[in-house]
Design a protein around this ligand. Structure first.
Ligand code: G6P
Length: 607
């Protein structure tokens, strides 16, 4: 995701801001910028691409003197990665500069309102509404303007703000996006991530949601959302710098697993408005939907498995047949597609060679094409007729986690949006939207409910092979669960549709092959339970994944993983989380290089 830094003190701000931004590079970004205040003058410098370009543009910061400033690395969400869209953004009167992490969900409404009020927009970002609101509400008191502005914003934001009327001051505001104050001697800092702070100070204050801070070189004042001053404790950071880059987690993969509640929220929340799923991106496509006779989902690796998991909701809610095809197969299949086919292409990177080829092949045959992509401006995003972003933020571990869950979340949203457009939802829509909006919370519960996973990994890590079984939606998740296990632990893991066991695989089952049984779909529960009994009677140990109050599983499972109860049509996004953690801890027990598994690449750009 994006990164934020802020500095005020006696030293030159720009080199410190640039250094802080470099420390945030690992998070991934595609443009960067700084705003430095000298006296009452604010100078903004922004670049597309690397921090190195910003260093070159500002002569390592020496061309922008001044002791106060804010900086930002942007990972494009709303609007392409251009210089105009890079932060900081300036108010029309030049008085305020703002950097922002997060997503302003109601930015379109605010933008229209501000345009009506005569404010000029220089960018396509959601962020720019903030700086114009500050100008609108500013009547000589920055704190008041910040409070009034924050009151109008819906979504998640960490903000860094400077105002030319207050030289030497920087402001920080936090709502559902991390922001940490760094306490120095005669100088103070803020950053979205301790990484940018630890080389300057190890004394930090963590802002909580709804709080904001006013920093000068000599003081830090913190206020709650009503504007009342509050006191907060200072914490001493003991991590080394490398650990801090991972936010204190030992591996990026674990960090990214833990980021999933926030990532899925960012994918879902801005798209639900007034009891409807709204995709601004699909405006031109939706009128053609009633003519669609078949949907093909295509992708590679985990993105393909996300398609397998999301197809159930799409097919059942829309009543349109859905096929899920591996892109490497589809491209050579001489696919039978035409203008009545919708091809949904899924890709985290947007650069996977087979996925691009399958997209081109189907497009050339007349299929309508829709891409679900994480990386803004990537090849798949550019080639498809329309693109829906997952907004998962940069994923650094090779084995995808939040990339995969946000892809499924978007497929759920598309299923509801399409079904609504086809008049197939009726009164069920509100309940479904409630379920979707609760998914981030449920993911967090799935993490919290399974503290025993590291212990289970100790029990199971010496096995050489695992079988993952399940039916229907559980089977789709089993596919990704087994892929996670083999990718990072190098243990053989195979997913089987539980009903297929008798057609061969059961010959392999004995006491040395633990079976991970997914049992989260009540519709098919009894059948899976019979399959579990079958493998148990052949000596297999069974680790069952199920919802917490499922008593039926107790007599047949040796060990349990839990999820909170969720409508099975939308549960894949929750079910996978304990399996990601299991794969992670098994790989850790086996001493594997978790973030960079051998022979694998994050983005497979060759056939
Ligand atoms: C590689 C990655 C996987 C990913 C797959 C498809 O194999 O290691 O994590 O699922 O490519 O990548 P994409 O970027 O198209 O989603």
């Amino acid at each position: 995701m994006c990164g934020i830094v802020g500095f005020t003190g006696m030293q030159e701000a720009a080199p410190i801001l640039l250094d802080g931004l470099k420390k945030l590079e690992y998070r991934g970004y595609d443009s960067a910028g700084i705003a430095v205040m000298s006296g009452k003058t604010i100078s903004v410098n922004k670049v597309r691409g690397r921090i190195a370009n910003l260093c070159e543009k500002t002569k390592d910061g020496t061309s922008v003197p001044g002791p106060t400033g804010i900086g930002h690395t942007r990972w494009a969400t709303h609007g392409a990665p251009t210089e105009e869209n890079a932060h900081p953004h300036l108010s029309n009167d030049g008085r305020f500069a703002v950097v922002h992490n997060g997503i302003i969900e109601n930015y379109l409404t605010l933008r229209e309102e501000l345009l009506r009020d005569g404010y000029q927009f220089q960018s396509e970002t959601d962020t720019e509404v903030i700086v114009h609101l500050l100008e609108l509400y500013y009547k000589g008191n920055v704190r008041d303007a910040l409070l009034k502005t924050a009151n109008r914003l819906r979504g998640s934001y960490a903000l860094g703000v400077i105002c030319s009327d207050e030289p030497g001051k920087i402001y920080a505001v936090r709502e559902a996006s991390p922001l940490i104050l760094g306490v120095g001697i005669g100088e103070n800092y803020f950053a979205s991530d301790v990484t940018a702070l630890v080389s300057h100070t190890r004394n930090v204050i963590y802002l909580d949601d709804g709080e904001f801070a006013e920093l000068s070189g000599m003081s830090i004042r913190i206020f709650d959302c009503s504007g009342t001053e509050i006191r907060k404790k200072t914490t001493r950071i003991l991590w080394d710098v490398q650990a801090a880059e991972k936010g204190g987690y030992e591996h990026f993969m674990l960090k990214e697993i833990m980021e999933q509640p926030g990532a899925v929220r960012a994918a879902i929340a801005p798209r639900i408005k007034n009891g409807k799923v709204i995709f601004e991106e699909l405006g031109a496509f939706l009128p053609a939907l009633p003519d669609i006779r078949k949907i093909i989902i295509t992708a590679c690796g985990s993105a393909y498995y996300a398609g397998c998991a999301g197809r159930y909701a799409l097919e059942q809610l829309c009543g349109i047949p859905v096929e899920v095809e591996l892109a490497s197969e589809l491209r050579y299949l001489n696919p039978l597609v035409d203008g009545h086919t919708l091809l949904i292409v899924i890709s985290q990177s947007g650069e996977t060679a087979d996925t691009i080829a399958a997209l081109k092949e189907c497009k050339s045959r007349g299929a309508k094409t829709l891409a679900i992509v994480n990386v803004v401006g990537s090849t798949v995003a550019k080639l498809a007729d329309c693109t829906v972003y997952t907004w998962a933020g940069p994923e650094i571990a090779v084995a995808t986690t939040k990339g995969y869950t946000t892809q499924i979340a978007v497929l759920y949203l598309l299923a509801i949006c399409f079904a609504d457009h086809l008049n197939r939802l009726g009164k069920d829509e509100a309940a479904m939207l409630d379920t979707l909006q609760a998914l981030p919370r449920r993911i967090q519960q799935a993490i919290d409910m399974n503290p025993a996973i590291p212990e289970l990994a100790k029990k199971y890590h010496e096995n050489h092979a695992f079988f993952f079984i399940g039916r229907n939606t559980d089977y789709a998740v089993a596919l990704e669960g087994s892929l996670k296990m083999k990718e990072i632990s190098y243990l053989h893991a195979e997913a089987y549709a539980a009903g297929e066991l008798k057609h061969g695989t059961i010959a392999l089952i004995d006491e040395h092959q633990p079976v991970i049984a997914l049992c989260c779909n009540p519709f098919i529960m009894e059948k899976t339970l019979s399959n579990i009994v079958e493998v148990k009677s052949r000596g297999a140990e069974v680790l069952a994944l199920t919802f917490r109050d499922n008593q039926k599983i107790l007599p047949v499972a040796d060990d349990l993983l839990f999820i909170p109860k969720v409508d099975a049509l939308f549960s894949a996004v929750i079910e996978i989380v304990p399996l990601q953690l299991l794969a992670y801890y098994v790989a850790k027990e086996n001493g594997c290089d978790i973030d960079k598994p051998k022979n694998l690449a994050k983005s497979v750009t060759v056939e």
